[in-house]
Design a protein around this ligand. Sequence first.
Ligand code: NI
Ligand code: MN
Length: 226
Amino acid sequence: MKLTFYGHATFSIDVQGKKILFDPFFTGNPAANGVSADTIEADFIFVSHGHGDHTSDLVSIAKRTGATCIASAEIASWLHQQGVENALPMNHGGYINFPFGKARGVNAVHSSSFHDGTYAGNPLGFVFSTPEGDFYYSGDTGLTMDMQLIPLWANLSFAIMPVGGHFTMDVTDALHASDFVKTSKVIGVHYDTFGYIKIDKEAAVKTFADAGKTLLLPAVGETIEL
Ligand code: NI
Ligand code: MN
């Protein structure tokens, strides 16, 4: 599997010949480093919640690529209203079978609304089971005991989790979360984009290393093999 990081909590994963894009935020993203939404390819777009730093380019990329969007029922119906035809609703506890494997919606402890205050349903995390390995994207969330359920459903090769603190888990809680979900490899997202969520990257990597685990913080535009 290949993961490409686009800054903040935007990344894509190539699995089984499909491109899965997550939480597209290029326009207005100070961490996007010149990467434009206009050139991003996607077969599927998973949306964890409605906040602007996860959805600013969702409609334009969905329309241009024709990608299938997977999100809460409320976000899916909002997408239909915006003229996006391929939107699949999901909620906590359900799963959907895709050509690349199975994706399950799980709890995320956060909030979820659009820029104008419209309710966007429950925030979601996603657990993926694929022939190339299993992985988890927590979405924006605090540390929660529900993460301990995830090993019932998947044997994770890695997890993508926020490490920036203030609105979500910080590095220490992401390390606890990695224990809960039983993985030793975490790709950190949702840090350094704004003043609130600046981290000491070297210290963050060391926190994981001291626990015998790996924290990867790819550069914007960097592709890593997992
Ligand atoms: Ni958020
Ligand atoms: Mn966010």
